[in-house]
Design a protein around this ligand. Structure first.
Ligand code: HEM
Length: 461
């Protein structure tokens, strides 16, 4: 039951025991890489983790991380098993985590081209035991940390690196589809930093309007009170879960040429193409929100952390004449738009960390060049079903909640090119055929068993 005292009081987060990547946004520009490791010998695996964890940046060290680069680590269910975690303890993890995303593909809408048999090996397989990400402001800092990471594997034949994916900021500082991303992030109670403050240039902006109500830390971290007033059940023993969380790790291939052709085919001028792109996402490519800039892009608005997120739907755009009801942004965080329904939007927020991979498709190119490009997408929260799976299955791949029947998210819905995308307009709405799928999922879910450094060592118990 809700404990009113714990709800009212701000919880103190154990920041030095929480991986920094959970609570902090990475400054840009950056260069980085993701690695997956397989553990064939539990002793070697534990030894490797014991060596690695002192180099993991905590939320307190984030601004001055070891080696001036950021290392984060996560373990999958099969990884915990490979480390020798007892079955009783393994059984205390939730089904969604134990089963993994490949087994739950149907409910996640990972079908057709995005179904698990098309995922890059070893994504989605039981071989991916440990995920490590390394990010740095420049190549020298990155190399220095990578050298340290290699050292942790020295003389440990029972641990192998089975996958590497380089993922760095693009020269455009945007994502492959041309959008600025990473603006909408929840404010986490007790995290000690306002959303976005550092992404927007490192200053202390204090309170930033529009980021919605501050959300209880228990929505994002295990061991704290959540929005329902209780602590999300923790896998046992506590040492495996406290200050940790779950991560859906996805590699999303983006069909950039397809997107550009879709805009061209459905618009009569470059300006109209930009507007259509904005209607699909809910923001102009600069990041300026349609609700505040319905006709034209507004670069000053996009650059202003006090205004870029300061809008609502129910109050300012109830019929979706500015930002369509089915736009990606509005679906993924309906803000006040569901105020009249039973849905509590605060129960479906989560943290996002996205990194582009692959080369940019040259500006103006409309034909696919065959290169692998997309985003590595990390979706982080304490309840995989209520957060990640709900967003994917209900808000992305269903339109009922906004009165759009079975219309899907125009950017990341499991579209096959036969659906529709409705743009409310007066006197007559515009209804386009959806683009063919713009993304292909190649994902895998791993838990950030971010009980930060100590936990990995404790894991031997
Ligand atoms: C095809 C891959 C995707 C692309 C290109 C993409 C792109 C974007 C862009 C450009 C924004 C606006 C920037 C911002 O507000 O931060 C955004 C926001 C967002 N996206 Fe995505 N996204 C993708 C996949 C996903 C997935 C898979 C999810 C969740 C399951 C998701 C959840 C969100 C959320 C929660 C927001 C913030 C909404 C808000 O707070 O107003 N996105 N995305």
């Amino acid at each position: 039951m809700a404990d009113s005292a714990s709800q009212a009081e701000e919880q103190v987060l154990e920041l030095d025991d929480i991986q920094g990547t959970l609570l902090r946004l990475r400054p840009t520009p950056f260069t980085g890489a993701y690695f997956l490791l397989r553990i064939d010998d539990p002793d070697d695996g534990r030894q490797m983790l014991a060596r690695l964890v002192p180099h993991v940046a905590s939320a307190t060290q984030w601004w001055d991380p070891p080696h001036h680069a950021w290392l984060s680590v996560a373990l999958s269910y099969s990884g915990l098993r490979a480390l020798g975690v007892p079955q009783e303890s393994l059984d205390s993890f939730p089904d969604a985590f134990r089963e993994g995303m490949a087994a739950r593909a149907e409910r996640l809408g990972d079908t057709g081209d995005s179904s698990p048999e098309h995922w890059d090996a070893p994504l989605g397989s039981a071989d991916a035991h440990v995920a490590i990400s390394v990010f740095a402001p420049d190549t020298a800092a990155m190399e220095s940390l990578l050298e340290t990471a290699r050292e942790t594997l020295r003389d440990l034949p029972g641990v192998s690196v089975i996958y590497r994916l380089d993922a760095s900021a693009l020269p455009s500082k945007r994502t492959h589809l041309g959008f600025v991303d990473g603006i909408g992030e929840p404010d986490i109670e007790g995290s000690g930093v306002a959303s976005l403050a550092h992404r927007m240039g490192g200053g202390d902006y204090g309170y930033l309007p529009g980021f919605g109500p501050t959300i209880k830390a228990g929505e994002f971290l295990l061991g704290y009170v959540n929005e329902m007033g209780w602590t999300t059940p923790m896998p046992q023993p506590d040492v495996l879960s406290r200050n940790g969380t779950y991560v859906a790790f996805r590699k999303l291939h983006l069909r950039v040429a397809e997107f550009r052709r879709y805009l061209k085919d459905n618009a009569s001028s470059p300006e109209e193409e930009e507007l259509l792109a904005a209607k699909m996402v809910g923001r102009w490519r600069s990041g300026a929100p349609l609700v505040l800039a319905p006709e034209h892009d507004d670069l000053d608005l996009a650059a202003d952390p006090h205004r870029v997120n300061d809008f609502t739907y129910h109050e300012q755009d109830p019929a979706g004449l500015r930002c369509p009801l089915g736009a990606h942004l509005r679906r993924m965080n309906p803000r006040d738009a569901l105020a009249d329904s039973l849905v509590d939007v605060k129960l479906h927020r989560a943290l996002r960390r996205g990194t582009p991979y692959g080369p940019m498709l040259p500006e103006g190119e409309l034909e696919d060049d065959g290169a692998e490009r997309g985003i590595v997408f990390l979706f982080i929260g304490a309840d995989l079903v209520r957060q990640y799976e709900f967003l994917k299955s209900q808000w992305a791949n269903d339109g009922d909640f906004v009165g759009l029947g079975n219309e899907k998210d125009p950017i990341m819905g499991s579209n096959d090119g036969t659906g529709t995308f409705t743009i409310p307009k007066r006197p007559v709405r515009r209804r386009l055929q959806q683009a063919a799928p713009l993304r292909r999922d190649q994902g895998r879910r791993v838990p950030l068993h971010a009980r930060h450094p100590r936990s990995e060592v404790d894991c031997r118990a």
